[in-house]
Design a protein around this ligand. Structure first.
Ligand code: B12
Ligand code: SF4
Length: 298
């Protein structure tokens, strides 16, 4: 089975804005990918640039892990550093894959650099797993890549962007993010030192039905999908037990579109002793949502 090194190219040492916001979060999408491909038998390691001084630690990670593939996550402000890591990984000989929100909106930009072999656009779990399977079967050929939804690649010097893969409908089928692959204590200690409390990200839903122009083709699309309230309560209960977390930040496009879901989640949280203060993005024009009621009952 293939070994993949997944890399987060945000170095706080190079990013004064992120440093001053003093609220470091490791991208949950990358940990979700890690858990998904690990569950399918692949070997996964994570490189987290957050607390590293510079790219030399990434070179060390390449030497230590010797991955077959390197997967790099990119948002707009990290695209240049993502490319730097891609070049280092390409020089080391691995297949270089880039994914994430910026790679989804600009796959051609990444493929214009010879260091990037493949882009995974939109939701990444199933597409990355398929790519690893192709690698294992030594089938990373143009024909096979062209048949795989969610991929973009270079052919005859031009970017070929396949159709997106249909989104995962049942989010409860996804394993919980592989938080064990990063240094969670370092994050929690930083939160405690700078804010006086700890905060951990959780994903409860994917997609947003509003379809605003600039975000219409975002990673998770316009189809709103929610996890079950019970699975969220169980994850929060586990986070409390493992890390004693004080607060949660939901990383969804938008939350609380479904009043019934919130009520069920509040009940499930009480049953599981998993009521933790949280922040999330709500539609404030929705006067029907029981925000204060829910908060009071927690
Ligand atoms: C929570 C959040 C934050 C938090 C925490 C970020 C974190 N590190 O966790 C905070 C507030 C700090 C933040 C800051 C910013 N954010 Co923000 N944020 C989000 C948000 C709401 C959730 C991210 C998330 O965890 N999603 C859930 C996971 C499951 O999805 P995902 O990350 O997209 O990952 C999936 C795919 O992208 C893909 N994938 C991701 N990486 C990789 C890598 C590989 C190799 C592969 C194969 C696939 C792959 O597979 C994953 C699983 O399906 C998103 C919007 C959204 N709903 O996604 C915006 C979003 C990522 N943020 C965005 C922006 C612009 C910013 C800021 C620049 C805002 C600002 N002006 O300061 C900063 C930049 C921070 C930085 N330098 O990284 C944009 C990025 C746009 C772009 N084209 O790059 C988004 C998409 C919002 C938007 N709709 O515009 N953000
Ligand atoms: S996530 Fe926000 S910006 Fe994007 S479509 Fe939904 S409401 Fe609009």
């Amino acid at each position: 089975m293939a070994k993949i090194l997944l890399a987060h190219p945000l170095f706080l040492s190079k990013s004064p804005e992120e440093r001053s916001s003093a609220s470091p979060y490791f991208p949950l999408g990358l940990l979700s990918l890690a858990a998904y491909v690990r569950q399918r038998g692949h070997d996964v390691a994570v490189f987290d640039g957050t607390f590293e001084e510079d790219e030399s630690s990434f070179v060390d990670a390449l030497h230590i892990e010797s991955p077959d593939l390197v997967g790099i996550s990119a948002v707009l402000p990290t695209r240049e550093v993502a490319l730097e890591l891609a070049r280092l990984a390409a020089a080391d000989g691995g297949v270089v894959v880039v994914g994430g929100p910026d790679a989804t909106s600009s796959p051609e930009w990444y493929l214009a650099d010879a260091a990037v072999d493949v882009v995974v656009h939109h939701e990444g779990e199933q597409t990355l797993a398929s790519l690893l399977d192709l690698n294992d079967r030594e089938e990373l050929t143009v024909d096979r890549l062209a048949a795989e939804p969610g991929l973009a690649f270079r052919h005859d010097g031009r970017a070929v962007v396949n159709e997106p893969r249909p989104p995962i409908e049942n989010l409860d089928e996804l394993p919980l993010p592989a938080r064990d692959l990063i240094d969670m204590d370092r994050y929690l200690d930083t939160w405690r030192e700078t804010n006086g409390y700890t905060s951990i990200t959780v994903s409860v839903s994917r997609g947003c039905p509003y379809g605003c122009d600039w975000c219409r083709d975002s990673v998770h699309g316009t189809g709103f999908r929610q996890r079950s309230p019970e699975s969220v309560a169980a994850e929060v209960q586990a986070l409390r037990a493992a890390y004693g977390v004080d607060r949660l930040r939901f990383v969804d496009d938008v939350d609380a579109l479904d009043r019934g879901w919130i009520e069920d989640w509040a009940a499930a949280s009480e049953r599981a002793d998993a009521a933790v203060p949280f922040e999330a993005l709500y539609d404030l024009t929705r006067k029907d949502l029981p925000l204060l009621d829910v908060r009071d009952s927690l």
